[in-house]
Design a binder for this molecule. Structure first.
Ligand code: 26Q
Length: 819
């Protein structure tokens, strides 16, 4: 590897020629009339030529070496823009900037032309993207399998403060420059139909699926470029085409479309990403997406395995399949079906392979997010899979009977089938029974998975339930998004920290160095200015970068408690106007969040914050001390501006509800101090930075449970705390919605008469007090700088490289393969 991590010679003239060739032949533009978008597309294509070559070479090498690899199955990959990131991984950023400059183009401007591929909702999808980056950076052989949605997560705008959704055609008219279609990998996926018994040539009683229809799966590969090495792994996204799905002769009469395939009325299977986050919706089309994804991916894994000259019996030795939550669970009965029905294995042989191939990651304890599918729906769409699920459950129930003889209670609890008016398949139970490892995503979460979610499974399968704490890629989330900080880090600890984040611990000894503190805070100031400029240009709001930038960016959900943040803002507003002795350092509260389109209260919270912002930002009486900004259409490319600009990071979920969080890590690496509950990975971040360098508040998990068991009464807090009362009562007036009193009352209603399910009122007082502490400490800039530096220095545990090594060593048993 040469300077800048460049892995191969860069031929500037050849590159420029390739750009110009694409400009003319691919995009029909001339050097004279090309738009910035034409230039960006042509440059992307020229770069993709390099990465595609390396992708094919890596593929061949891994096949010939018969390397064990991981297959990461996820319905979501929230990768964000690829161009800038891939340039860094290829070590070509400066060279390409110079080459484009000679062509009269500014690289930074061209990078802004790229739309975010928003093929995910939030944390789970972004985690998958960080994991692919870390697999490639460390050369652990891997393929990512996902869906090629035509529309990614909806685009959000605000109309009179309310969220409005619009479709996200992320590929544009020209297509996305980094993707390459692989027609030779096309798969055929069956749906519907029935199962029939038959006797094979050897006289065995067999069963087979006679499908009602088939659709095609087209593979699109995106290159995941390893940082500073020449390995490129595919992120393989399946697109469904159902152009000729109705040619099966027995269905050639009558209105079979409407009668047999109701889900198809919704159009193509891969048209759109479901916009729910931490909520199960149970729509037939979603099940079809999941099966389509699994059928294509399992078939492709088997194709690769066999094409490399391996025996089917050796599948578990050479391939492991990681299920990103339960969304790809149907891959388990699918592999069973293929091994038994197509490869003619016995049940026991097939089970031996399956149960040593799959591993499952749990991302949530929220009951409403635990997936179940009705037996009737699976029976109709995937009749053979339903049979197989029943057989898995039957054998599992015999095992339960052996351990807990005669105990029907425990059987009812552990069964994959949930009895009731309509029987439901519990996908998480199917996963725990059928996989060799189950992990939570932070230490606390994994303990709760064992203690509260699956205690009996933990007894039955000792050692199967484990933890892998999440992480984030330092390439995108420090080096790429925060060049100022990156330069400072490299100066102090050398420039190999992006691949070896342990090295940033070397900053610790500069935490008390005043000159370093000043430079560190100067970088923070520049990053705040960059964000302030964006906000001014795009929203027309002027901000003072001397104010504390206090940021909460994540999906909108009650458990994440954006409304607790709002109540704090209302309390400051109230005090500034009513208490002449009240003093505060100027503060800017910044939000970014999308609400699931069907989640009414989440949308009400967005509306309320927008309305409060409108009033507060224009209220002369506040003397500029309080500003509130809700950034529309929060996405990865905006996150890249927001994380580096934060002074304070809001991680305020009800204890026990946020499985891990990953934004918390991105903030801290970039030098924001966390105000947070003892939840998710906050707990481990506190362990790393020490109690003095993080602001912890609120009830602990056990206190939350105790309070609920005792009978939580939000009115108790309401009556006892006049500040809380004042904040809540503001929601009942027309203070923020002139002429329309009560427009914000739904939130107050939910917190008081709705029982306050996430204990917002119980944590309010401690939250306010902790914010006062932050205010006091920020005024001492040296102390603040010291704490911020220590946050950057002590975050190395939260590199996704470490997470991936944990998976590779403790779960997958995977070794790197160097190119
Ligand atoms: C389920 C059924 C039907 C439709 C959609 C869904 C669905 C989709 C997305 C359910 C859940 C999700 C996403 C969950 C998620 O993002 N969880 C987050 O995962 C992060 C990575 O582990 C954690 O850091 C967060 O704490 C967790 O909330």
């Amino acid at each position: 590897m040469s300077k800048n991590g460049q892995t191969q010679q860069f031929d500037k003239a050849a590159f420029q020629a390739a750009v110009e060739k694409h400009l003319t032949t691919t995009y029909a533009a001339t050097v004279e009339n090309a738009t910035p978008r034409n230039w960006y597309m042509a440059m992307g294509k020229a770069l993709a030529e390099i990465s595609t070559g390396n992708l094919l070479a890596t593929e061949q090498q891994l096949a010939s070496e018969k390397a064990r690899s991981v297959n990461y199955l996820s319905l979501e990959f929230l990768i964000g823009r690829l161009t800038g990131n891939n340039l860094i991984s290829m070590g070509l950023y400066e060279d390409v900037a110079a080459a484009m400059e000679e062509l009269g183009q500014n690289l930074t401007d061209l990078l802004e032309e790229e739309r975010d591929p928003a093929l995910g909702n939030g944390g789970l999808g972004r985690l998958a993207a960080c994991f692919m980056d870390s697999l490639a950076a460390q050369e652990y052989p891997a393929v990512g399998y996902g869906l090629h949605y035509e529309y990614g997560l909806f685009r959000q705008s605000f109309v009179d403060g309310r969220q409005v959704e619009a479709p996200d055609a992320w590929r544009g008219i020209e297509g996305y420059p980094w993707e390459v279609v692989r027609p030779e990998l096309t798969q055929h996926v069956s749906l519907y139909g029935h199962v029939e018994a038959y006797v094979d040539d050897a006289g065995n009683n067999c069963r087979r699926w006679v499908p009602g229809m088939t659709v095609e799966g087209i593979a699109w590969d995106l290159p995941i470029v390893g940082y500073g090495n020449n390995s490129v792994y595919p992120l393989r996204l399946w697109e469904c085409r159902s152009s000729a799905p109705f040619n099966l002769s027995r269905f050639n009469d009558g209105d079979y479309v409407g009668a047999q395939y109701p889900a198809l009325e919704a159009g193509n299977v891969t048209k759109v990403l479901y916009p729910n986050d931490n909520h199960d919706q149970g729509k037939a089309l979603r099940l079809m997406q999941q099966y389509f994804h699994c059928a294509c991916s399992v078939a492709d894994i088997l194709r690769r395995h066999l094409a490399a000259g391996n025996k089917i019996e050796d599948l578990a030795a050479l391939e492991t399949i990681q299920l990103n939550d339960t969304h790809p669970t149907i891959a388990i009965p699918e592999l069973m079906r293929v091994l038994i029905d197509d490869f003619k294995m016995s049940w026991d042989q097939a089970w031996e392979i399956c149960s040593h191939t799959f591993a499952y990651t749990n991302h949530t304890l929220l009951p409403e997010a635990l997936e179940t599918w009705s037996e009737a729906l699976i029976q109709q769409m995937l009749p053979r899979h339903m049979e197989i699920i029943f057989e898995i459950n039957h054998r599992f129930m015999l095992q339960v009977e052996k351990t807990w003889p005669g105990n029907n209670e425990v059987k009812r609890k552990l069964s994959i089938i949930q009895e009731g008016p309509q029987r439901m398949v519990r996908m998480a139970n199917l996963c725990v029974v059928s996989t060799y490892a189950v992990n939570g995503v932070a230490a606390l979460h994994s303990e709760l998975v064992k203690r509260d979610l699956f205690p009996e499974f933990n007894e039955l399968f000792p050692g199967r339930l484990t933890n892998v704490t999440n992480g984030v890629t330092p390439r995108r989330w420090i080096k790429y998004c925060n060049p100022g900080l990156s330069a400072l880090i490299s100066e102090k600890v050398g420039d190999d920290w992006p691949a070896h984040l342990e090295k940033i611990a070397g900053l610790e000894k500069f935490a008390d160095d005043e000159a370093f503190q000043q430079r560190y805070m100067a970088v923070k100031k520049e990053n705040k200015q960059r964000l302030a400029d964006w906000i001014n240009e795009n929203m027309g709001i002027e901000l003072d970068t001397n104010a504390i930038f206090d940021i909460q960016i994540k999906r909108l959900h009650e458990y994440k408690r954006q409304h607790l943040n709002l109540l704090h803002i209302l309390s400051l507003y109230h005090r500034l106007l009513n208490d002449p002795t009240f003093d505060m350092h100027p503060r800017v509260f910044i939000f970014g969040a999308k609400a699931a389109p069907g989640y009414a209260l989440a949308k009400d919270i967005i509306f309320a914050i927008n309305k409060v912002a409108e009033k507060v930002n224009n209220d002369e009486r506040l003397g500029g001390k309080l500003k509130v900004v809700f950034i529309p259409d929060y996405r990865v490319s905006l996150a890249e501006i927001l994380f580096p600009a934060a002074d304070v990071s809001e991680q305020i979920s009800t204890a026990g509800k946020e499985a891990s969080g990953t934004g918390n890590m991105k903030f801290a690496m970039n030098g924001a101090l966390t105000i947070g509950t003892m939840d998710g990975a906050n707990v481990e971040m506190r362990e790393e930075v020490g109690d003095d360098n993080i602001f912890i508040f609120g009830l602990l998990v056990d206190e939350v449970q105790k309070l609920k068991n005792e009978g939580y009464d939000p009115y108790r807090y309401y009556h006892a705390d006049s500040l809380l009362r004042a904040a809540l009562e503001l929601l009942n007036t027309d203070e923020f919605t002139p002429g329309h009193p009560g427009q914000l009352a739904a939130i107050r209603q939910n917190l008081l008469d709705g029982g306050d399910p996430y204990l917002v009122l119980a944590d309010f007082a401690d939250y306010v007090k902790t914010h006062e502490e932050i205010d006091a400490q920020y005024r001492d800039q040296k102390t603040w700088a010291r704490k911020a530096i220590l946050n950057t220095a002590l975050m190395s545990k939260f590199s996704s490289d470490r997470s991936i090594r944990d998976y590779a060593n403790n779960i997958w048993k995977l070794e790197p393969v160097k190119r």
